[in-house]
Ligand binder design. Structure first.
Ligand code: HEC
Ligand code: HEC
Length: 255
């Protein structure tokens, strides 16, 4: 019976052996993701051909001196495609179900690929050697949430100058803005969050997000003796406490 099934599968051209990572790699080219996104040092086509197509575009907007960051059009690079985002969130994004969008200042939009979303997302996780289901983070720890809130607040690193926090808009956006903290915990894998915080510039060359840690320490020695890994862990717990799990009912889609 089993042997017969295998024989049928092997002889059936309509059911090629399906490897999600391979599918995703192929689709990345076929769906022209690189038209907009840089990846692994390869510039997005729209940057590469900027000179050639410049005459086709409307004239550059007059820059607003009050808000010099307002003209920035920085589409996130995809170097960490399978590693950065929680897979459930990535699937929602690829299927066009993230509202409002993460970066309200971008004019460019991420297209939706509803029919391929689940398989693509799975493939990107697998290509990074990860499961396509989130390892669920430990429930946010109340002590860490409190410390994380203090670390990000105005007597801490004052992250809210560039990042909106829920309904509270970023209060000092000069060169550019970062995504709303409400979504950061539900979007980002914990491992990537640590990597990002340790050195934003290494993950996204040219980002304006400051580096807070030098050799494993931050200047705020009153928290965990300045240990940056523990401080960032507390911040991650705080971020987790702000969001609602994707797919858990009152979720990202309805906000
Ligand atoms: C027309 C341009 C365009 C194309 C083509 C495009 N994207 Fe995007 N993508 C965007 C923009 C703009 C954003 C940022 C949206 C936001 O944050 O509001 C984005 C965001 C993303 C993100 C979230 C990244 C992050 O760090 O937040 C992922 C993952 C992504 N795209 C993957 C893909 C994949 C995979 C493809 C091809 C199947 C693709 N994109 C094709 C414009 C594009
Ligand atoms: C000078 C402005 C600035 C400050 C201050 C700042 N950030 Fe950022 N942050 C950014 C920018 C810009 C990005 C990347 C923008 C993007 O992804 O489009 C970013 C990205 C992030 C991300 C990824 C968010 C996501 O959903 O993809 C996290 C998390 C983050 N910052 C945390 C922090 C924390 C915590 C602090 C304070 C310790 C902080 N930031 C301070 C500008 C800033």
């Amino acid at each position: 019976m089993q042997r017969q099934a295998i024989a049928v599968a092997l002889n059936s051209p309509s059911q090629p052996y399906h490897v999600p990572a391979e599918f995703a790699r192929h689709q990345f080219t076929a769906l022209r993701c690189a038209a907009c996104h840089d990846r692994n040092g390869e510039q997005a086509y729209r940057e590469e051909f900027h000179g050639e197509i410049a005459h086709l575009k409307p004239p550059a907007p007059i820059l607003d001196d009050e808000k010099p960051g307002s003209h920035k059009e920085l589409i996130p690079p995809l170097d960490h495609l399978g590693f950065k985002l929680r897979p459930e969130w990535r699937t929602l994004l690829l299927s066009g179900n993230i509202q409002p969008k993460t970066r309200h200042w971008l004019k460019a939009r991420m297209p939706a690929f509803p029919s391929q979303a689940a398989e693509l997302s799975k493939g990107f996780s697998h290509a990074a050697g990860l499961s396509h289901q989130s390892e669920h983070p430990a429930p946010a720890d109340p002590e860490k949430i409190k410390t994380g809130a203090a670390l990000t607040g105005i007597t801490g690193f004052s992250c809210g100058s560039c990042h909106a926090i829920g309904e509270k808009p970023a209060f000092a956006v000069f060169e550019g803005e970062g995504p709303n903290f409400r979504d950061a915990g539900i979007r980002l894998r914990g491992e990537y969050f640590q990597l990002w915080m340790r050195s934003p510039m290494r993950q996204w060359p040219g980002t304006i997000m400051p580096t807070y840690s030098t050799e494993g320490n931050t200047p705020l020695t009153q928290y965990y003796d300045g240990n940056s890994t523990r401080q960032f862990d507390a911040i991650y717990h705080y971020l987790l406490s702000l969001g609602t799990e994707p797919g858990s009912g009152g979720n990202a889609q309805e906000r």
